[in-house]
Design a protein around this ligand. Structure first.
Ligand code: C5P
Length: 409
């Protein structure tokens, strides 16, 4: 492969294993070579023959096979890869990874590896929501593993919910991003947020109407995710509290996936203390008071929704008496009088900076690649040119680093 990059792909036993074949093809299109370890359970869902044909390589199955161990033992398999990816990752393999069980070739390799590990979980919604799985995934993230997904949707078991493996293209993008970031070492800017901690909110929130319906908005989360990525790239310990989005988790960022504004606030509070807080999420202003436990029936009577106000995360964190981050940044999307509305918001919420997006139709910001912003603090207004959301993330991260370097400690 042209890029010289090599992924060791561990396929464990879930129905989503069929998607791993598409992942291999996608990675090849990106010039990334793939070698596979297939668990016993995985081999019920995809065959070693099809994986060997797709990868053009031997597929490794067995810890105690003379041919597997003498050709490429678990240590060599890890040594030979630039990145280890577990996709699909079942609840079982996550539990083994968390506790360090090494009872087959896949788990032994995962225990022996010193390479970055990326995990794409896939399982039934209740297995995903089980406290054991949630605890396992949190601990694996805290150990530095990158988690991609899962996503919400229809499941092979006929149920609906969180637990579907992310689409292969999203996993492939995350893998490509990992290599892009890793490749920057020689020209990397001086990391200036080492030792600092940042919390970023991103994406929309989903507010339950009943167990199957929700109120939401069109936020893609791209700007918030780009900021988290840029802060992590400058060396900050970064926690991204994300509402439901289609985006892959950025590398080197601990991602807390939440649904509602109340969950988002709780996750932010749990992540405090921090030096930096950036509220880029489009938090729903209202939620439904007392959503019923059962689906509301369509029986000719129009339901009426009583809405109550959601907590304002930005205002809450800005006004904390204890543990207030040194720098709290909010966003404001406006279509007219952008600067004056943003200045009013700065004062009302009590944050330090407001990044005001001009979302008037002529800017093409809404849903687009680019963004036009003004960065406003108590003294100054900076008008930034039209930039990509990634570039805004990097420029903002650099401005944050300069600010924190210059405040007296
Ligand atoms: O008041 P408005 O929604 O215009 O304020 C936008 C800013 O406040 C954004 O930074 C957004 O992330 C934050 N916000 C929040 N919690 C809310 C509403 C908005 O953190 N409930």
């Amino acid at each position: 492969m042209e890029s010289g990059k090599r992924v060791l792909l561990i396929i464990s036993g879930g129905i989503a294993a069929y998607k791993s074949q598409e992942l291999i093809r996608d990675l090849h299109r990106r010039e990334i070579a793939v070698r596979c370890i297939l668990t016993d359970a995985g081999s019920y869902f995809v065959t070693p023959f099809s994986l060997a044909a797709l990868t053009g390589d031997k597929v490794y199955l067995d810890l105690f096979s003379l041919t597997d161990e003498s050709e490429m033992g678990h240590i060599e398999l890890s040594r030979d890869a630039d990145l280890v990816v577990v996709a699909p990752a079942t609840a079982n393999i996550l539990a083994k990874m968390r506790t360090g069980i090494a009872d087959d070739l896949a788990t032994t390799t995962l225990l022996a590896t010193d390479k970055q590990v990326m995990i794409a979980p896939a399982m039934n919604v209740r297995m995903w929501q089980h406290a054991a799985t949630q605890e396992n995934i949190t601990i694996l993230q805290e150990r530095g593993m990158q988690v991609i997904g899962p996503e919400e949707g229809e499941m092979a078991c006929g149920e609906y919910g969180m637990g579907r493996m992310s689409e292969p293209v999203l996993i492939a993008e995350a893998i490509e991003n990992f290599f892009r970031n890793a490749g920057q070492t020689s020209e990397e800017p001086q990391k200036s947020l080492i030792g600092k901690k940042a919390i970023i909110t991103s994406g929309p929130t989903h507010e339950a109407i009943d167990p199957v319906r929700y109120l939401a908005n069109h936020s893609s989360g791209r700007q918030g995710h780009a900021i988290a990525k840029a802060l992590a790239a400058l060396g900050a310990e970064t926690v991204l509290v994300s509402g439901p989005t289609q985006l892959a988790d950025p590398a080197n960022v601990a991602v807390k996936h939440v649904q509602s504004a109340e969950d988002m606030l709780a996750a932010c509070e749990a992540a405090l203390p921090a030096d930096i807080m950036v509220c880029a999420a489009a938090v729903a202003d209202w939620r439904v008071a007392n959503p019923p436990q059962e689906k509301i029936k369509k029986n000719g009577v129009m339901p009426s929704l009583e809405l109550i106000e959601n907590p304002d995360i930005l205002a809450n964190v800005s006004q904390l008496a204890k543990n207030r981050p040194a720098l709290v940044i909010g966003f404001a999307a406006e279509t007219k009088d952008v600067v004056s509305y943003a200045q009013a918001k700065l004062a009302k919420k009590g944050c330090d900076w407001i990044v005001a997006n001009d979302v008037s139709p002529e800017t093409g910001t809404f849903g687009g690649e680019n963004n036009t912003v003004h960065v406003i603090d108590a003294e100054t207004i900076e008008d930034w040119p039209i930039l990509s959301k990634e570039d805004i993330g990097q420029k903002l991260a650099a401005r944050i680093a300069t600010y924190l370097e210059n405040i007296p400690t």
